[in-house]
Design a protein around this ligand. Structure first.
Ligand code: ZN
Length: 177
């Protein structure tokens, strides 16, 4: 899977390589297809420079899920239709990622990542684990077990995802069903 991506670590993404007989649009389309972010078979999100997201919404969703997976909170210092710059909220931490829109103004790619967390501890009540996220990960469980207590879901979510959303969030997620 990683071979699909440019794995040059923290370097800037090399943009579209030129080749003869191709228009700029062809090249961009080919680049996007080759580099599109895809889930891997074990559902672990990995982020690499050069990965393409189909839209800004997809980029936001994947970064949010990544932060839950890795157990840190995001400081969204830029978060608009052209650029996403997200940092780790840890006081001493330098983890950051920058995505920007490609010339079609729809797709996004990852331009740079600074990976090292510094003195960050796993955040259990992660802001990224919103009611919507809780509803999405518990929907089947809740549908099949409508009378099970929120505490049980809380324990299950903690063991699977390593986050502990408040019971209030879980009640709200149950009501969404
Ligand atoms: Zn950090």
């Amino acid at each position: 899977m990683d071979s699909l991506y440019n794995a040059n670590g923290d370097n800037e993404a090399p943009y579209i390589n030129s080749s003869e007989n191709e228009t700029g649009v062809d090249r961009m389309y080919g680049y996007n297809l080759r580099n599109e972010w895809k889930p891997n078979p074990i559902c672990q999100i990995s982020l690499q420079v050069g990965q393409v997201f189909e839209s800004v919404e997809k980029g936001r969703e994947i970064l949010s899920k990544y932060a839950i997976q890795e157990g840190f909170e995001l400081d969204k210092s830029k978060n608009d239709a052209k650029r996403l710059t997200y940092k780790c909220k840890g006081d001493e931490c330098s983890w950051r990622i920058h995505l920007s829109s490609l010339p079609d103004n729809v797709t996004f790619n990852t331009r740079s990542i600074t990976r090292d967390h510094v003195n960050c501890r796993r955040v259990m009540n992660n802001n990224e684990a919103t009611t919507k996220w809780v509803a999405s990960v518990t929907s089947i469980l809740i549908r099949d077990n409508p009378n099970v207590k929120a505490k049980v879901f809380q324990t299950q979510i903690k063991s699977i995802y390593g986050v502990e959303p408040s019971k209030r969030k879980i009640y709200r997620a149950k009501r969404k069903e």
